[in-house]
Design a binder for this molecule. Structure first.
Ligand code: FAS
Ligand code: PHB
Length: 394
C-alpha cells in the first residue's frame, strides 16, 4: 500500500467537495479529492437549477461566477398558482435579493475547470474508501485507486462531501449521532425539453391532480416537474401524458397563457425526503452538503445549503490547520445547523403547501395558505426571505 500525506482528504467531487477544495486552496490549505464515479458521470447528473443570492455572491468572490453571470438568468421572483389564479412573488421588492437560474451541471463544470486550472489533486473512480482514526492523532483514509492499487492517505482532517450514500454519514459513531428523517408520500417526475420556456420566471402550481412546476435551464431549454406517486415507473409516463398533465396543472389556456411542449431529452423520477444528521463534526471528520442533510427540492435549497456549509467550513479548516485556532471548527456544526434546520423547515413548508394528498380538509388549508402567501405582503415576505436565501452564517 502506497502511503501519502496531505492536509485534508475530501470524499466526493460533487459541488460541495470541489468548492471546498477551491476555497481551501485559496486559503493555502492543500487537499486531495476522492470520487467513486467518473468525471463524466458526475458532470452529467441533472439536478438543481436555482442559485440563491448568497451562493452567487460566494461564487463571485471566489472567482467562479464568470460563466454564471454571462450565461445565467437573474430572476426577481416566482409565480404561485392554483386553478384560475396566478400571483407573482417579487423577492427583490420584498427582500432586495434576487435568485439566478443556472443549472448544477453548469456549476459543476465551472468547479471542474477551476480545479484543473489550479492543478487540484482529484482522483476519480476510486473504491473502498474507508475513514480511520478520526478521533485520534493519525486520521487517514484508505482506498483503492482507479488502477486497483490499495492506497493510504494520511491527513490532518477528513471532510465527507459524499452525499446521502457515502461513508461520511456512517463514520460518525452511533453513540454520538442523531438523525431526523421524513419520507414524503409522493415523488417528482422531472423532464428536460428542448423548447423555450413558456414563462419568464418559475411557476409553482397547486392543482387537485397534483403539484407541477415550470423551471428552465436557458432560453431554449425548459425543465419541468410534476407530482407522481412514489414508485412511479417512468415507462408509464410517455411524453404526451407528461405534457398533458403539465398543461392541466399549470393552467394552459388560463387568461390566454399556453404551455408550449417540445422534444423531451431527459426524464427521471426523484423521490422526496428530508434528512438531517448531527453533529456535522466528529473529531477530525467534518460533513458538508448532502452528506449531512437532504431536503425535498421544492424549496430549491439542496445545492445552496451545500454551498453554505462549505462557506463556513473552509475558513474553519484554514484557521485550524494554518493557525492552530480551533474556534471556528469547534463552532462549525452548531453554526451550520441553524441554517440547515431553517432550510429543512422551508423545504418541508413549500412541499406540504403545494403537493396534494387527496385529503379535502388539507386541500382547503393549502389553498388558504397559498392565497395568504400570494396576496399578503407579510406572507410573501416570509417566502421571499427563505427562498432568495438568508445571509451566510445565519
Ligand atoms: P452530491 O451528492 O452532489 O455529491 C456527492 C459525491 O460523492 C458524488 O459525486 C458521489 O459520487 C460521491 N461519493 C459518494 N459515495 C462515495 C464514496 N464512497 N467514495 C467516493 N465518492 C463518493 N437540489 C435542488 O436544489 N434542486 C433540485 O432540483 C435537485 N434535484 C436533485 C435530484 C437528484 C436525483 C438528487 C440526488 C439531488 C437533487 N438535488 C436538488 C439536491 C442536489 O442538488 C444536492 O443538494 C447537491 O448535489 C449536494 O451536493 P453535494 O453535497 O456535493 O452532494
Ligand atoms: C430546477 O430548475 O431544477 C428546480 C428549480 C426550483 C426547484 C427545484 C428544481 O425548487
Amino acid at each position: 500500500m502506497r502511503a501519502q500525506r496531505s492536509q485534508v482528504a475530501i470524499v466526493g467531487a460533487g459541488p460541495s467537495g470541489l468548492l471546498l477544495s477551491h476555497l481551501l486552496a485559496a486559503a493555502g490549505v492543500e487537499s486531495v479529492v476522492l470520487e467513486s464515479r467518473s468525471e463524466e458521470h458526475v458532470a452529467a447528473r441533472v439536478r438543481a437549477g436555482i442559485l440563491e443570492h448568497s451562493t452567487v455572491q460566494l461564487l463571485t468572490d471566489a472567482g467562479l461566477a464568470g460563466r454564471l453571470r454571462a450565461q445565467g438568468d437573474e430572476h426577481r421572483g416566482i409565480h404561485l398558482q392554483w386553478p384560475h389564479e396566478r400571483h407573482h412573488v417579487d423577492f427583490v421588492d420584498l427582500t432586495g435579493r434576487s435568485v439566478w437560474v443556472y443549472g448544477q451541471t453548469e456549476v459543476q463544470k465551472d468547479l471542474v475547470d477551476a480545479a484543473r486550472a489550479r492543478g487540484q489533486d482529484v482522483r476519480h473512480e476510486v473504491a473502498d474508501v474507508a475513514l480511520h482514526d478520526l478521533a485520534g492523532d493519525h486520521p487517514h483514509v484508505t482506498f483503492t485507486d482507479a488502477s486497483g492499487n490499495p492506497q493510504r492517505l494520511d491527513v490532518d482532517a477528513v471532510v465527507g462531501c459524499d452525499g446521502a450514500f457515502g461513508p461520511g454519514r456512517a463514520a460518525v459513531p452511533e453513540a454520538v449521532r442523531s438523525s431526523w428523517s421524513r419520507t414524503y408520500p409522493y415523488s417528482w417526475l422531472g423532464i428536460l425539453a428542448d423548447v423555450p420556456p413558456s414563462t419568464d420566471e418559475l411557476i409553482y402550481a397547486w392543482h387537485p391532480d397534483g403539484f407541477a412546476m415550470h423551471s428552465m435551464r436557458s432560453a431554449t431549454v425548459s425543465r419541468l416537474y410534476l407530482q407522481v406517486p412514489n414508485g412511479t415507473d417512468v415507462a408509464d409516463w410517455p411524453d404526451d401524458r407528461v405534457w398533458d398533465a403539465l398543461a392541466t396543472r399549470l393552467g394552459h389556456g388560463q387568461d390566454g397563457w399556453e404551455l408550449a411542449p417540445g422534444p423531451v431529452t431527459g426524464k427521471s423520477v426523484l423521490p422526496m425526503r428530508s434528512y438531517v444528521q448531527t453533529p456535522m463534526r466528529h473529531g477530525r471528520l467534518f460533513l458538508a452538503g448532502d452528506a449531512a442533510h437532504t431536503v425535498p427540492p421544492t424549496g430549491a435549497k439542496g445545492l445552496n445549503l451545500a454551498v453554505a456549509d462549505v462557506a463556513l467550513l473552509a475558513p474553519a479548516l484554514a484557521a485550524l490547520l494554518r493557525e492552530g485556532n480551533p474556534a471556528l471548527a469547534d463552532a462549525y456544526s452548531d453554526t451550520a445547523l441553524r441554517r440547515v434546520w431553517r432550510c429543512t423547515h422551508f423545504s418541508w413548508w413549500m412541499t406540504t403547501m403545494l403537493h396534494t394528498s387527496g385529503d379535502p380538509f388539507d386541500e382547503q388549508l393549502q389553498l388558504s395558505q397559498l392565497r395568504w402567501v400570494a396576496t399578503s405582503e407579510a406572507g410573501a415576505a416570509g417566502l421571499a426571505e427563505n427562498y432568495a436565501g438568508l445571509p451566510i452564517g445565519f
